[in-house]
Ligand binder design. Structure first.
Ligand code: C5P
Length: 397
């Protein structure tokens, strides 16, 4: 929806800067005005002339360009935009933003702005994985900066991994969302999804049949209503949505740590199928077949993440939503579960094998609240997600 919108595009100095030329074209095709800012390093990758030609606008390059200050100071430049997009966002630009530096035009604009900022990180995989970059990323996310990508794939430097700048259509989608006036704009929502894997030894684990599709659909629907979504996912069959903060975990213990780190949130939806037990006899080396008999596994109960968050005295999300996958007496058991876990709502469903719900495309749910229960007709998991996201938006006001 960028028609008539004004986007300040900061192009950082990375190999992906060439994609920003296509981004400019696509944004303008959709009716947006693009004001370009090039960092010094960006000029090594794209020329101010080509950027100026594509935007049909002047290119801002230097903080100390007095003509700029006479025409429009950096404060006005950063505030005249509806949205600031940084693409590519290099490790250095992210570090400057996280640290609040203002030592060139780009960083000064980013510090001076009162508008939403969206970044498309792009860097070598080792730079992306470095704890400093991950720290900066967490800081930026908690400052409300929207992050799109990076993608995983072959990199210009010959390595493979996360660090490639998101593709232009994904950046455009994120721009659309950032500019839309969704009811959850400015709200942070946490979603857990997928199964957990509990290791027996380095090659074996205990898992369950959750595909992660309902949780993924919920994260997508919340995102589409404008929420900033932290998506904590176990090893699922489906890819996480774009435009959400993805935190991948394997075990229930890791999921609990990730949930704690992602709070505070306005609402939290616990759609993950968390393993009830972990193997306490897990071995660091592969358990061998022996003639002496079969191995014995011992178990300990996993932390109940939903119950823990529901019971928080400080920082409890305003709305906590749990799921109850049951096979018998669905409503009765789910109603009791809502009370036991201390959550506000429970989405109950019958996962008996004949329903085809576990791993299937449809769901048949009952929403249980303190006021009673509401039976929803059987529908696609995306429709369930949209209905739930709309109810969450209503509840958060
Ligand atoms: O007790 P049960 O596993 O049926 O509870 C299901 C609900 O509790 C789901 O919302 C699930 O995500 C959440 N849960 C959790 N941590 C656990 C077990 C379940 O967050 N250890």
């Amino acid at each position: 929806m960028p028609a008539g919108k004004h986007i300040l595009l900061i192009i950082g100095g990375g190999i992906a800067a060439f994609k920003s030329l296509d981004l400019i074209r696509r944004l303008r095709e959709r009716g947006a005005t693009v004001t370009p800012v090039l960092t010094r390093a960006a000029e090594e990758f794209v020329t101010p002339l080509s950027v100026s030609a594509l935007t049909a606008a002047r290119v801002y390059r230097d903080l100390f360009d007095l003509t700029d200050e006479a025409e429009m100071g950096h404060i006005e430049l950063s505030r005249a935009a509806d949205l600031i997009v940084v693409a590519p966002a290099t490790a250095d630009l992210m570090a400057k933003m996280a640290g609040g530096h203002a030592n060139d035009l780009a960083s000064t604009l980013l510090l001076a702005t009162d508008k939403r900022v969206q970044i498309a990180p792009s860097m070598n995989v080792r730079m992306w994985d470095h704890p400093a970059t991950q720290r900066n990323l967490a800081t930026l996310q908690s400052d409300g900066v929207l992050v799109v990508g990076p993608d995983e794939g072959d990199m210009a430097c010959g390595e493979y991994g996360p660090g490639r700048m998101a593709e232009v259509p994904a950046i455009i989608d994120a721009v659309d969302r950032a500019l839309s006036d969704g009811p959850l704009n400015g709200k942070h929502v946490l979603v857990t999804s997928g199964p957990t894997h509990e290791p027996i030894d380095p090659v074996r684990y205990i898992a369950n049949r959750s595909s992660g599709s309902q949780g993924t659909a919920i994260a997508t629907a919340l995102r589409d209503l404008g929420a900033r979504v932290s998506f904590v996912t176990g090893p699922a069959d489906v890819e996480p949505p774009t435009g959400v903060d993805v935190i991948r975990v394997e075990t229930a213990a890791q999921m609990q740590d990730a949930v704690t780190a992602a709070l505070p949130a306005g609402a939290a939806v616990f759609a993950a199928a968390v393993a009830d037990w972990r193997v306490t006899s897990a071995s660091n080396s592969k358990i061998k077949k022996t003639k002496d008999g079969l191995p014995t596994l011992s178990f300990a109960e996993n932390p109940d993440i939903l119950a823990g968050v529901s019971a928080l005295r400080e920082g409890r999300p305003q709305l906590v939503v749990g799921f109850a996958a049951e096979t018998d007496d669905v409503i009765k058991n789910a109603t009791a579960k809502r009370k036991r876990k201390g959550c506000d709502w429970i989405v109950a469903n019958d996962v008996s094998p004949e329903t085809g719900i576990m791993g299937g495309a449809e769901n048949d749910v009952t929403l249980i609240t303190a006021d009673g229960s509401e039976d929803w007709p059987r529908m696609g998991k995306s429709q369930v997600a949209q209905k739930l996201a709309a109810a969450i938006a209503d509840a958060l006001g």
